[in-house]
Design a protein around this ligand. Structure first.
Ligand code: 5AD
Ligand code: SF4
Ligand code: FES
Length: 357
């Protein structure tokens, strides 16, 4: 396609804030530097319009790296025997949560592998106590039952992250020996019905993933009206079956940023993190992400003794930093970008019915 054709697509995108899957694929595949820069500028404008300049900090506690599942890409997969496993006690998690709240961070994200050793009631009582600190709570602990989701919602959980990783069903099947594409979406639907703000997301640069599949991801984010969407590059982990895959970093970086930018434009006011994986792939990646549509950062508050063992992928940033230091670092980062730290909880108001499909 001629440059003029891409320009027309961008003009259309600016006005309608929508494109078809085929049109998205054209823009994703376009390697013209000027067109790419214009796309990023447009996403930045839409981010300012719909999400403002303030950036929400979501304080992350990775409380257990045990996982019952065997996702092909992930370092926490159960067959990875070389990973030292840890579990924080409920009391330990609460103590860290208390310290996060004291720092003024408004959201606590509880994340782990799928670890059934925490029963639903202990998690509920933890949520109940944490809520008294005045924070919003996001859970990111995988597929559980409707009853468990309901119990936790009642106990005070506000949001739930459950990434689809890819909306290409065939690719989903190959990557997830324990999971079913439609079952995961059914979980999303239940979560939305229970009143959670729900989060999805994908990885960019997976082996076997086509440009069309990424365009489908973006269309699906839009159709499902998710509240949060985490977009990050796939980073091969040597102790997984995909360890030998070697993506072209520069291409993958640009493709991830374009996915983020297009997602911002099509989904308008969703919460989009500048992911740690993006900052790991390329130094300065999170800063660039914040200029291509992102409005969320996730400082890591996992105690240092455990942090280096939550190795979903290798080379993760912020592993050696003193506890709590990421917040100060992020405030500096935002100041340099002319942005600020949001002072509110960063809830998303729903404008349409959730999970329309
Ligand atoms: N590279 C990048 N992100 C990964 N994740 C898992 N494995 C990798 C990897 N190798 C992300 C997935 C998942 C979360 C636990 O981490 O998106 O949702
Ligand atoms: Fe477990 Fe999640 Fe990693 Fe899959 S992606 S192996 S469910 S931690
Ligand atoms: Fe973790 Fe900069 S954000 S040290």
């Amino acid at each position: 396609m001629e440059k003029e054709g891409y320009r027309e697509l961008l003009t259309q995108l600016a006005h309608t804030e929508d494109l078809s899957q085929e049109e998205l694929a054209l823009l994703l595949a376009c390697e013209d530097e000027e067109i790419t820069a214009e796309l990023f500028t447009l996403a930045d404008e839409k981010r300012r319009k719909y999400a403002g300049d303030a950036v929400h900090l979501r304080g992350l506690i990775e409380f257990s790296n045990y996982c019952r599942k065997n996702c092909l890409y992930c370092g926490l997969r159960r067959d990875n025997r070389s990973l030292p496993r840890y579990r924080m006690s409920i009391e330990e998690i609460y103590t860290v949560g208390e310290k996060i709240a004291r720092l003024g961070v408004k959201t606590i994200v509880l994340q782990s592998g799928e670890d059934l050793s925490y029963d639903a009631r202990s998690i509920a009582s933890l949520l109940h106590r944490l809520k008294k600190l005045g924070v919003a709570i996001t859970l990111s602990i995988g597929e559980r039952t409707k009853e468990e989701y309901a119990l936790w919602r009642e106990a005070g959980a506000d949001r739930y992250l459950l990434k689809q990783e890819t909306f290409d069903e065939q690719l989903f099947r190959k990557l997830h020996p324990d999971d079913d594409h439609s079952h995961r979406l059914a979980c999303q639907k239940i979560l939305a019905e229970l009143g959670y703000q729900v989060g999805s997301g994908n990885m960019v640069g997976l082996p076997g993933q086509t440009i069309e599949a990424i365009a489908l991801d973006i269309k699906s984010f839009q159709r499902w009206n998710f509240d949060m969407i985490g977009i990050g590059p796939f980073i091969p982990h040597p102790d997984t079956p995909l360890g030998n895959f070697a993506p072209d970093r520069k291409k993958q970086y640009l493709l991830t940023l374009k996915t983020l930018a297009l997602t911002r434009i099509l989904t308008r006011d969703t919460h989009l993190p500048a992911t740690t994986a993006l900052g790991t792939l390329v130094s300065g990646g999170r800063e660039k992400g914040l200029q291509c549509g992102a409005n969320v950062l996730m400082p890591n508050f996992t105690p240092l003794a455990y942090r280096s063992h939550y190795t979903i992928y290798p080379g993760k940033i912020c592993l050696q930093e003193e506890w709590g230091k990421c917040v100060a670092c992020m405030s500096m980062m935002l100041k340099e970008l002319g942005r600020s730290v949001a002072q509110d909880h960063g809830h998303r108001e729903r404008k349409k019915a959730p999970a329309e499909e």
